[in-house]
Design a protein around this ligand. Structure first.
Ligand SMILES: [Zn+2]
Ligand SMILES: [Zn+2]
Length: 138
């Protein structure tokens, strides 16, 4: 994603365009897989304290610009998703695969119908855990 596109995205989301915000977005869009805070931190071209980084990521997630999830390893992961998707993770070796077909949005009408306290669902995150074929054959 080029700088102009990122700037436009930030502006459309009513975020002030700053070098740091652009840099974080740039890291996420150039990798296209879930990254932990530390991985993003290492990939940044400039110094940034982690509180600032966390604030930027939190703003992006709240605005729906990026997907936040976790893979049960105690870390938060952030991913820019061209197309919304989920993942399946091997609990032995940690290898991940994208699940590109998300049909879970279809559950929302039923969910809100049955919920006592909610009638709006804005997003969801969901991951699957299993054993990959390689680990299964060991
Ligand atoms: Zn495996
Ligand atoms: Zn989904």
């Amino acid at each position: 994603m080029n700088k102009e596109t990122i700037e436009k995205l930030l502006k459309d989301s009513h975020l002030k365009v700053t070098k740091k915000r652009i840099a974080v977005f740039n890291v996420l869009t150039s990798v296209n897989e879930p990254l932990s805070i530390d991985e993003i931190f290492m990939a940044l071209p400039m110094e940034m304290n982690k509180t600032t980084l966390y604030r930027i990521l939190h703003a992006y997630t709240s605005l729906g610009l990026i997907y936040q999830t976790d893979f049960r390893d105690g870390k938060a992961y952030f991913e820019f998703q061209d197309k919304h998707h989920h993942h399946i993770v091997c609990t032995d070796c940690g290898i991940r695969e994208d699940i590109t077909n998300c049909t879970f949005g279809g559950l929302i009408p039923q969910l809100t119908r049955e919920s006592k306290k909610f009638d709006i669902v804005k997003s969801h995150s969901l991951e699957f855990f299993g054993i990959c074929k390689k680990c299964k054959s060991v």
